[in-house]
Ligand binder design. Sequence first.
Ligand code: MG
Length: 308
Amino acid sequence: MPESPCVALDARFRNLTLATNPRLELLWTGARWSEGPAYFAAGRYLVWSDIPNNRILRWDETDGSVSVFRSPCHHTNGHTVDREGRLVSCEHQTRCVTRTEHDGTRTVLVDRFGGKRFNSPNDVVVKSDGTIWFSDPTYGIDNDYEGDAAASELGGSHVYRYDPATGACDQVTTDFVQPNGLAFSPDERALYIADTGESHVAGGPKHIRRFAVASDGRTLSAGEVFATCTSGVFDGFRFDALGNLWTSAGDGVHCYAPDGMRIGKIVVPEVVANICFGGAKRNRLFICGTTSLYAIYLAVRGASRPAP
Ligand code: MG
């Protein structure tokens, strides 16, 4: 039997992975830097960004083919699917968050805060109330590799909450070096946010913090460190239905139990930037690993949003 890519560090992890034939599948390779996977259940396809190559790729679950979904794409990074099934994207080059409508047109949702342009929105999630939460580090303006080099107008890197119903945009964090991946816990009572500040500050953060979401659904508090990365940095991550956190890392995908213990990992032969759950049963983990798109079936489903 081939060696399993799944490494259990705690007995709990064994219940989350397939006991027989757990297999990491290489679905496609040929990107320069893969990021931001988003699975569309209705169409049975997944889109993701190849940021330096300025294109969004599309993997078709029905026949396994990969095609270019959009290019140029303003160096998109993170993507997600909103409650209405529309693609919501972070764009580095245009320094904004966009939505692709049902008719295919692209709408700029928000591109500045307090009159100043964002740095380069990186990753995005949609809450059950339809609000859009996104991080805004500087990776897309640091140089011309993943966008266009520019100075930060805001002078800091924060997380924002945008309400498409009202157009209001609020800054919800104040003390990140480089906020990156983010995800709500399955019950949406907590928001987890990665800080990849080690890329810019020697000895800087490479952790995920946990914030309590107030009963108003919009205010954050606490923000303690939930987990510190043991290999590379945490970029993007998602929760399974049991509340375990699956996150990108330098040597694959790491899995943390709700109590913050790292209980296992999936070894991937390339640096992983982001993941998402998909497939008809949401039990397939899609993994963006540098040049490639990988997938693995798990024994747990990805979390779905609570009803609003
Ligand atoms: Mg990211």
